[in-house]
Design a protein around this ligand. Structure first.
Ligand SMILES: [Zn+2]
Length: 91
C-alpha cells in the first residue's frame, strides 16, 4: 500500500470501492460510486469514506485509516452528533 501514499481522498475512495468490490464495509450492501468530480448523489447507497479513527481524535486521511461504506452506515455511525429526533429519521 506504500504507493498509495499521497493519494487524494477521491483516489482513495475509488481504490477502496474496488478493493471492497463496491460493498459497504459495515452492512455489505452494494454501493454506488459517484463519478469523480461529480456532485451526483445516489442517496443512501452512495459510497462514502469513513475514518476508522476520526480526524478529531488524531486519525489521518491515509488509506489505513479509511473504510468505504454506504451513506446509510456513515450517517448511522456519526449519529452521536445528531439529536435523537434525527436519529429516528435515519433509521
Ligand atoms: Zn452500509
Amino acid at each position: 500500500m506504500r504507493k498509495l501514499k499521497g493519494a487524494t481522498i477521491e483516489e482513495s475512495r475509488i481504490l477502496l470501492y474496488k478493493r471492497q468490490k463496491g460493498l459497504c464495509w459495515y452492512c455489505r450492501q452494494p454501493c454506488r460510486l459517484p463519478l469523480e468530480g461529480s456532485v451526483a448523489d445516489h442517496g443512501r447507497d452512495t459510497f462514502t469514506l469513513d475514518y476508522i479513527l476520526p480526524l478529531s481524535q488524531g486519525g489521518t486521511s491515509k488509506m489505513g485509516n479509511l473504510v468505504g461504506c454506504c451513506r446509510r452506515c456513515n450517517v448511522a455511525k456519526g449519529a452521536k452528533v445528531l439529536p435523537p429526533a434525527l436519529l429516528n429519521l435515519v433509521r
